[in-house]
Design a protein around this ligand. Structure first.
Ligand code: FMN
Length: 340
């Protein structure tokens, strides 16, 4: 059977063997100093044995005060590289490409340190008040993304993804709901995107030209005064110029309410609009659970990659089973062949 899922995908010097990506998912299982535990080795190892094309490590903090929780992984220190390296080494032995999402939680950080944001506006009225960042702090964060990208490169990752979605720091700058700055980092979309641009440039300089750089965005804020899909198409065109290889298209997260309605594939139209109107590769994510959905999205060229999150928690062998259903040769680990 012809399958879109099992078509390889090449960008720069990286060929992913199939179109399914294990979406970044925080495991809230790191040590207090942001290091890998046995949980990560087993969890990511299992998804590598399950043969996703690309396995993306969860949002990994570039600064200690940028952690979503005190149990987040970090890559702000060389001492955090060894544990992550073990995950990468095992995935490589399974023929699976590895990505890492680099993030900073900004005002949504739950840490003991003071928290920072573009403007002094808390996420919820009852949340901690963040400090509006000085230009020096902005430069420090940009440098922290660059240093984390250098470490990711040294560890041997195939893909690096900048987390600019879900109401975390970069999204806080992009969205007019949370960015009220009057300096060069605020104002119209071009200025609100300046932090993202400078982070992309620094990440690329440290990451090199050989391997792909993705950015995850929230295409819409699900709020009348927030980011719209039209803004996100304009932003995607800019990111293409800045050398981004793929936009991983999510939505929401910068206001405390969940999206008004969700249904299977509800974010796919955003990935499709960005792909078609900005002419850049995209990944679709959100309530995609069946191989038929993935085939439809890829076959109709609505996105280039399909990111699965919760479905891969329920079934790490989703890809192996999808291949089996399509009558393709067994592709799982030898150790498990008798089960399929
Ligand atoms: C446990 C869990 C942790 C998550 N952590 C992250 C994360 O670190 N970074 C991110 O961009 N999205 C994160 N997400 C969102 C997922 O990557 C994905 O976008 C979302 O779950 C929708 O996809 P799904 O319907 O396939 O689960 C997380 C989701 C879950 C369930």
């Amino acid at each position: 059977m012809m399958s879109n899922i099992f078509q390889p995908f090449t960008q720069r010097n990286c060929t992913i063997s199939n179109r399914i990506v294990c979406s970044p998912m925080c495991m809230y299982s790191a040590t207090p100093d942001g290091k890998v535990t046995d949980w990560h080795i087993v969890h990511y190892g299992t998804r590598a044995a399950g043969r996703v094309g690309l396995l993306m490590i969860e949002s990994t903090a570039v600064e200690s005060r940028g952690r979503i929780s005190m149990q987040d992984l970090g890559l702000w220190d060389d001492g955090q590289m060894e544990g992550i390296g073990k995950i990468v080494e095992f995935a490589r032995s399974q023929g699976v490409k590895m990505g890492i999402q680099l993030g900073h939680a900004g005002r949504k950080a739950i840490v003991d340190e003071p928290i920072i944001a573009p403007s002094a506006i808390p996420f919820r009225e009852t949340d901690r008040m963040p400090e509006a960042m000085t230009e020096q702090e902005i430069n420090e964060v940009i440098e922290a993304f660059g240093n984390a990208a250098r470490r990711a490169k040294e560890i041997g990752f195939d893909v690096v993804e900048v987390h600019a979605a879900h109401g975390y720091l970069i999204h806080q700058f992009l969205s007019p709901l949370s960015n009220k700055r009057t300096d060069k980092y605020g104002g119209d979309l071009l200025h609100r995107a300046r932090l993202l641009k400078e982070i992309i440039q620094t990440v690329r300089a440290n990451w090199g030209e050989e391997l792909p750089l993705y950015v995850r965005v929230s295409a819409v804020d699900h709020h009348p005064d927030g980011l719209t899909i039209e803004d996100s198409v304009v932003l995607a065109r800019m990111m293409k110029e800045w050398g981004v290889d793929l936009i991983d298209v999510s939505s929401g997260g910068n206001i405390p309410q969940p999206p008004p309605v969700v249904y299977p594939g509800y974010q796919v139209p955003f990935a499709e609009a960005i792909k078609k109107e900005a002419g850049i590769s995209t990944g679709a994510v959100g309530l995609i659970t069946t191989p038929e959905q993935a085939e439809e999205i890829l076959g109709n060229q609505r996105a280039d990659l399909v990111f699965l999150a919760r479905e891969l928690l329920r079934d790490p062998y989703w890809v192996v089973r999808a291949a089996q259903k399509r009558g393709l040769e067994y592709m799982g680990p030898n150790q498990y062949e008798r089960a399929f």
